[in-house]
Ligand binder design. Structure first.
Ligand SMILES: Cc1ncc(COP(=O)(O)O)c(C=O)c1O
Length: 353
C-alpha cells in the first residue's frame, strides 16, 4: 500500500532501521547523548533557544500540558476544525473556562478577529491556535496571529502537529510559548513521541500552577532536562528515529531543502487534483502545505473515493469531522516518492471515472 495518509505516515527506511537497534537504559550515557543531540537539532530546526521536551505521548499530551501548566482559569481557543475543537475540549475537561473564535469551516483565523476578541476578553491568560488544521487542509496565518497575541500580552499555544517539519516555524522570532508536534507526521517517524518547545514565561506560569499533575509537569521535565533525561521512560526508538531524520535533513542541505520537497509534492498533488476538476475545500490562499482536502464530486462520496483508492493500493485519508462524507484528503507527509504521486493521481482519475 502506498501511503498518502495524514498520520501515521510512511516512515523513512533509514528511520525504521535505526529504530530496530537493541535498547539501552534511559539513564545511560548512550541515552543522554541521544537526548542532548536530538533536542539541539530540534532547537535549530524550529529556531528556538526555549527548552524542548520529549514526551512519551502523542501530540495531544502537549495540549493537556499547556492547559494544566499555564492556565489558571480561562483561555481563548481558535477553532476552525476538529483539532482546534479538541484543544478547547481538553481545556474544558480540565475545568478551565474557554472563550472561542470559530470562523466558518474552511476559513482561516484572521488577526482582526483575534484582535477584536482579545479586546472583548482581556482576562484570558492564553490563546491556542492550530497552525495547520489537518481536518480541513487549512493553514492559519501563524506569524500574524502571534503578533496580535503578543500585542495583548497573552501566552500562545501552537498546535503544530501537522506543520512542524513540513513548513517554516520560527518559534523565538514569532514568540510562540508552547509549540508542539508528534513524531508520526511530517518527520516520518512512527507514533509515540510528542515534541514541544516551552518558553521561559510558560515555565514561570508552571512554577505557580496548582494541581497540574505529575506526568506532564513542565517544571519536572525542566529539572530532568538538566541531566539530558526525562522524568519517566522516554520512547527511545522514536527519539532515535527522529534524530535520524533530522540528520537526513541536514545531509539534504538543511530544512529549507526539506520544505522545498514538501512544496514540490504539494504543488504536484494540488495541480493533479485541479486537472481532475476537483475543487479544494479550504478558502483560496490558505491551502495546507501538508494535506490537501478535496470536495468529493456529487456522483461519489469521500468515503467511496477512499475505499476505491485502497482497492488500487493507495491509502489516502478519509474526510474528518463534520465534512467527513463530502471530502477526502491526500496527505503529503513522511516518506513519499515523487513518482508515486503520478501513480496515485492516475488511480484517482480511474476511480472518479
Ligand atoms: C493538527 C492536529 N492536532 C492534533 C492532532 C492529534 O495528534 P496526536 O494524535 O499525535 O495526539 C492531530 C492528529 O492528527 C492533528 O492533525
Amino acid at each position: 500500500m502506498k501511503l498518502f495518509t495524514v498520520g501515521p505516515v510512511a516512515c523513512y527506511p533509514e528511520v525504521l532501521e535505526e529504530m530496530s537497534r537493541q535498547m539501552f537504559s534511559h539513564r545511560s550515557e548512550e541515552y543522554k547523548e541521544l537526548h542532548r543531540e536530538t533536542v539541539e537539532m530540534l532547537q535549530k530546526f524550529i529556531e528556538t533557544e526555549n527548552q524542548i521536551f520529549l514526551f512519551p505521548s502523542s501530540g495531544t499530551g502537549f495540549m493537556e500540558a499547556s492547559v494544566r501548566n499555564c492556565v489558571e482559569k480561562r483561555m481563548l481557543c481558535c477553532v476552525n476544525g476538529s483539532f482546534g475543537k479538541r484543544f478547547s475540549a481538553v481545556a474544558i475537561s480540565n475545568g478551565r473556562e474557554v472563550e472561542k473564535i470559530e470562523p466558518s469551516l474552511g476559513e482561516p483565523v484572521t488577526p482582526d478577529m483575534l484582535d477584536d476578541k482579545l479586546l472583548k476578553c482581556p482576562e484570558v491568560e492564553a490563546v491556542s491556535v492550530t497552525h495547520n488544521e489537518t481536518s480541513v487542509g487549512l493553514i492559519n496565518p501563524l506569524q500574524r496571529i502571534a503578533d496580535v497575541v503578543k500585542k495583548h500580552g497573552k501566552l500562545l499555544f501552537v498546535d503544530a502537529v501537522s506543520s512542524m517539519g513540513g513548513t517554516e516555524l520560527k518559534v523565538d522570532d514569532w514568540g510562540l510559548d508552547v509549540c508542539f508536534s508528534s513524531s508520526q507526521k511530517c518527520f516520518g517517524v512512527p507514533p509515540g513521541l510528542g515534541v514541544g518547545s516551552v518558553s521561559a514565561e510558560a515555565l514561570k506560569r508552571s512554577e505557580v500552577a496548582k494541581n497540574k499533575g505529575w506526568y506532564f509537569d513542565f517544571k519536572l521535565f525542566e529539572k530532568y532536562q538538566g541531566d539530558a533525561g526525562t522524568p519517566m521512560t522516554p520512547s527511545i526508538p522514536q527519539i532515535s528515529g527522529l534524530k535520524r531524520i533530522l540528520k537526513i535533513i541536514e545531509d539534504l542541505g538543511g530544512k529549507e531543502k526539506y520544505f522545498e520537497l514538501y512544496a514540490e509534492r504539494n504543488k504536484r498533488i494540488g495541480m493533479g487534483v485541479k486537472k481532475l476538476g476537483l475543487p479544494l475545500f479550504p478558502c483560496k490562499g490558505y491551502e495546507s502545505p501538508t494535506v490537501t482536502c478535496i470536495n468529493a464530486p456529487s456522483h461519489i462520496n469521500g468515503l467511496e473515493v477512499y475505499q476505491k483508492m485502497r482497492e488500487r493500493g493507495f491509502e489516502l485519508a478519509k474526510g474528518y469531522g463534520t465534512v467527513k462524507d463530502v471530502t477526502f484528503r491526500i496527505g503529503n507527509m513522511g516518506h513519499i516518492e515523487l513518482e508515486d504521486i503520478e501513480l496515485m493521481l492516475g488511480a484517482l482519475r480511474e476511480v472518479l471515472a
